[in-house]
Design a protein. Structure first.
Length: 232
């Protein structure tokens, strides 16, 4: 980290080898990074107190693996982490206090979920599942205590694997990638990946945000934008 006034630099992470990415907490007091031990790929999430340089393992569990973490501007003192602490076969979501390190379960995986998404308040509101019919299922709920409901089911042959983790929640809309059929040369029809906007309350597809008749969508880079919406 560099002091912009003095241009002095100091290393704030501690790891026996390179770290696997880092991010600022929204309280500007902590830096978070992931690291494993000697290449065992058992990643833990660490926080660095930028004033004291103290490092804390936020996932200090020997029998669990870290899947992903999530931060939001409206909950600057917390982070959501996905771990298989309860059951090695599935990942639940835990809420961790950045100041104290206190960890509580936030959302339990019923057994078929492969991904989670939090809204702008750091509340888990969407999840992706893989059911017995080999369909990719997107589930949503109205708040953190409400029951889950299926928003969308995508047949196996139409659900690109890269799309399972690309859901973004903003108010009552979800941004997703799924396959579309295009007849672009009148000789054949291709199924191509597009970025779609769905209404999470009604399950209605609102519009196609990005697509091409001859190419698949691979990645969207605007996942960190903070948007303003008009409630209707």
């Amino acid at each position: 980290m560099e002091d912009l006034a003095t241009h002095q630099k100091r290393m704030v992470t501690r790891a026996t080898r390179g770290i696997n990415g880092y991010q600022w907490a929204y309280d500007n007091a902590y830096l978070l990074y992931q690291s494993d031990e000697n290449g065992n790929e058992d990643y833990h999430l660490y926080s660095v107190d930028l004033k004291s340089s103290a490092i804390r393992d936020l996932t200090p569990f020997l029998v669990s693996a870290l899947n992903r973490s999530c931060l939001r501007l409206r909950a600057p003192g917390e982070v959501l982490v996905s771990m298989n602490l309860r059951d090695s076969k599935v990942f639940d979501v835990y809420r961790v206090n950045l100041e104290t390190g206190a960890t509580i379960m936030d959302a339990q995986n019923p057994g078929d979920l492969i991904g989670w998404t939090a809204d702008s308040n750091l509340v888990i509101r969407a999840a992706t599942a893989f059911n017995d019919n080999l369909e990719t299922v997107v589930r949503v709920r109205d708040n953190g205590k409400a029951p889950w409901r299926d928003l969308l089911k995508i047949p196996f042959e139409q659900a690109p694997f890269s799309g399972t983790g690309e859901w973004r929640k903003h108010h009552c809309r979800l941004f997703a990638r799924t396959e579309r059929s295009w007849s672009w040369d009148q000789a054949r029809v291709r199924r191509l990946t597009a970025l779609l906007n769905w209404n999470a309350l009604t399950g209605k597809e609102l519009r196609v945000l990005a697509s091409d008749p001859k190419a698949d969508l691979w990645q969207n880079f605007a996942a960190s934008f903070v948007l303003c919406a008009i409630s209707r």
